[in-house]
Design a protein around this ligand. Structure first.
Ligand SMILES: Nc1ncnc2c1ncn2[C@@H]1O[C@H](COP(=O)(O)OP(=O)(O)OP(=O)(O)O)[C@@H](O)[C@H]1O
Ligand SMILES: [Mg+2]
Length: 509
């Protein structure tokens, strides 16, 4: 008989204007991996924030019983004291601090009131080893890739003697390899009796690692299924999530490809702080009007650096090479210049380069094209609201109002807000960096439809994605990038995952 570790009953949570959770019932067994799936805004993060005390006792209705005792958490610290640790959708690391400092932030290893450096270092090294991370604890957090930062966060959870680990979309920002490593770790935790809740939009992953899956829709539980039930597959999860079957993951499209819209030749970019390191190496590529071009590469291949260097040198030190728009030489020295040439870049990390979370949804949407809304130098707020409403409808952004503060939107809906911003600049060349990160399957279909629509209007589109099925499903043509170089180019009909993988993993010559 499996032992129950947690029972949440009748959980109901209301935010101003939004009913986020309705009478939710959730039971977890000790040592299971329990996945929670649902559309953007379904209430997944909110449910876990209640479980971990982010939303304190009294701010919601219902009961939380952990290890047989009723819990009344007032803060994260309260739930941590019981062995419940949440790793949030948006990582909360401090890039300027070292790995060891990040791990022990708030509960330093001390002796006689002083931080014991040597002990901290040794304990951190031990914890890093336990998650299979071979890094010096003295390394600054900011120097690690996001996959490794994620592992450090988990090491940090282990330092707190975790019984129940909650991972909110831990692999959303990770490539295949990093994801597999993280999931293997979850698997190992299970064998040590640690219970794990995993929120993810990657259903293949969910089916690979979870014992049971609970699906939320509009704040209510639709069903809990066992992963080893022969009836359980991606189709069943999707039906439960969206309330209807979704037969195709990509909308149909008839490409109508015109002349070259944008291109770069011999594009070389060096590291911003280390002129000896070439990050983008002699890249030549182009995209035609009406064409969708994919860029596939492993983490660290230079995909984002390439895109940002094109977008007004927002990445890189010395940059050489030529850029062309409709066959004419253009300069792209600043972001303003790039926008002026009709280039838009939707960044991969919506927090760092994208949204102002404290501003309203409508001002985030209009931010990159205020000129289109200004009359006599003032932003026309009525028009701004109308535009935002139009995108809210088009992209199906779930919010109580376009005047709402962006931080109150669910992760996926924040992503849709960034996409809206750049669509509103009405660019000729749109560079999308991981456009569907954290977006649910149904909404992905809608976003692909919008990308197709833009291509049909004659825009040139470049899509960077770690999801190979996405690259293959969307692109007319694909470049593979490895170590900052283009290693191959394929047209739609030749595309297979194996072929792309082979050229993404090309050795450095
Ligand atoms: N602080 C808040 N204030 C107001 N509304 C909120 C707040 N936090 C969440 N919400 C609303 O509650 C609902 C559920 O949000 P939640 O973040 O739990 O969704 P989610 O299932 O995690 O979605 P995603 O897959 O996009 O991360 C959404 O409608 C969201 O806008
Ligand atoms: Mg969420």
């Amino acid at each position: 008989m499996p032992e129950q570790i947690l029972r949440m009953t009748g959980v109901t949570k209301r935010f101003r204007g939004v009913m986020a959770l309705k009478d939710v019932h959730l039971e977890l067994q000790r040592g299971e991996v329990h996945a929670i799936c649902g559309e953007n805004g379904a209430g997944k993060s909110t449910l876990m924030e209640i479980l971990s005390g982010v939303h304190p006792h009294g701010s919601f209705a219902g009961d939380v019983v952990f290890e047989g005792r009723e819990m009344r958490f007032r803060s994260l610290a309260d739930s941590e004291a019981e062995g419940i640790v949440i790793i949030h959708q948006e990582l909360a690391v401090v890039p300027q601090l070292t790995v060891a400092e990040n791990i022990f932030l708030g509960h330093e290893v001390s002796r006689f009131g002083l931080v014991d450096e040597a002990a901290t270092h040794a304990r951190a090294a031990e914890l890093l080893a336990s998650v299979g991370l071979d890094e010096n604890p003295a390394t600054r957090m900011g120097e690690l890739g996001i996959g490794k930062q994620q592992m450090v966060e988990i090491a940090k959870a282990l330092a707190k003697n975790v019984k129940l680990l909650i991972l909110d979309e831990p692999t959303a920002a990770l490539g295949r390899e990093d994801s597999d490593r993280l999931l293997a770790l979850v698997d190992r935790f299970r064998s040590h009796g640690i219970t794990c809740v995993l929120i993810s939009h990657k259903l293949r992953e969910v089916l690979g690692v979870a014992d049971r899956i609970t699906v939320l829709r509009d704040g209510a539980v639709v069903e809990t299924m066992r992963a080893d039930d022969p009836e359980t597959d991606e189709g069943r999860i999707i039906r439960a999530m969206v309330g209807r079957p979704l037969d195709d993951l990509f909308p149909p499209r008839e490409p109508d490809i015109g002349d070259e819209m944008f291109g770069i030749r011999n594009w070389t970019v060096v590291h911003p702080h280390d002129p000896g390191r070439v990050i983008i190496d002699d890249v030549s590529m182009h995209v035609r009007a009406g064409e969708i071009v994919g860029i596939a590469g492993l983490m660290g291949a230079g995909r984002t650096e390439l895109a940002m260097s094109i977008f007004g040198r927002s990445y890189g030190g010395e940059t050489t090479g030529e850029a062309f728009k409709r066959g004419e030489r253009i300069e792209l020295r600043t972001i303003r210049e790039a926008i002026g040439h009709g280039i838009a870049y939707v960044p991969e990390d919506r927090r760092d380069d994208g949204l102002n979370l404290l501003a309203s949804v409508q001002s985030n949407i209009s931010a990159a094209a205020l000129g289109r809304l200004a009359t006599r130098g003032l932003v026309d707020e009525v028009r701004e609201r109308k535009v935002a409403e139009a995108y809210r409808y088009k992209m199906n952004i779930k919010t109580s109002s376009v005047a709402a503060i962006t931080a109150t939107l669910s992760g996926g809906n924040q992503q849709k807000t960034v996409l809206s911003r750049w669509m509103f600049t009405n660019p000729d060349v749109l560079i999308l960096d991981e456009p569907t990160r954290g977006i649910d399957v149904g909404a992905k279909y809608e976003i692909y439809g919008l990308i197709n629509e833009l291509a049909a209007q004659g825009k040139a589109i470049i899509v960077i994605s770690s999801e190979l099925p996405e690259v293959i499903g969307l692109s007319d043509r694909v470049y593979t990038l490895a170590h900052g170089r283009i290693t191959a180019e394929f047209v739609r009909d030749d595309l297979t995952q194996e072929l792309l993988m082979r050229h993404m993993a090309a050795e450095k010559s």
